[in-house]
Design a binder for this molecule. Sequence first.
Ligand code: PAF
Length: 289
Amino acid sequence: MRLAETREDIHSITRRWRREGLLTALVPTMGNLHEGHLALVAAARHEADRVITSIYVNPTQFGQGEDFDSYPRTLDPDRVLLEQAGCDLLFVPGQSTMYPFGIENGIRLLASPDLSGRLEGRSRPGHFDGVVTVVARLFNLACPDVAVFGEKDFQQLLVIRRMVEDLGYPIRVVSVPTVREPSGLAMSSRNNYLEPADRTAAGDLNAVMLAAAKSVESGSKDLMGVEKDTASRLEGLGFRVDYVAVRRAADLAPPGPADRHLRILAAVYWRDTRLIDNISAIQVGIPGI
Ligand code: PAF
């Protein structure tokens, strides 16, 4: 596996691959890799001839008081995992590579307000602006044919798909289903903030969301009732609920009567750790409804 740290490094390697007619896939990450990330690398290998994984903890997507400083940085073990996973190029840019004019003076993008203003965007103002700003920069540096993102961050996935379409990037976005711990807890670097017993307890989030999906899929029309019941079940289990929402999967708007492809999304706190998760709920047509 090759290592690139500067713009010149990544440009020279990817330019050569393009000249050779090789397709490249980019897996953007913030490191502290786990099986969820490795599933993204595996998907990237399937989609392209060469896989680039980037590791960069992006300051512009963290809000005031969030965990930018304490975010786990584990480059050495990450490198070993990527090597074993068959990644071809690890891109580890420093801040001056990503933001050469500094964070304050660098150009920032605004994520599409209709997609980014709700749910996570409402709880974490400016978060998706930081995400599109850094992902656009990574796209410009790596020039991939394919970019791979996890469904774990479902709203991020939609925001990035929209950016690609809106700005006309010639990049195919591929999404990969969430990888879960045995307890059902969605894999996330932030799970490292939890003690082992808490990781098991936090798996109840998934169990409660699966019950909500079952209720939606069996035809419940009272989606606000499902949201309220789900939130109160979670509170009863010791979670502090930020939001539970049943939304239209395509754009996370509140669903209309004809919408069938829904997504249940939740953000909760287990002790001080913020967890997010989402699952699909498809309402098949019910005669007479
Ligand atoms: O999902 C993440 O890890 C980050 O939001 C991303 C896409 C790497 C941008 O910093």
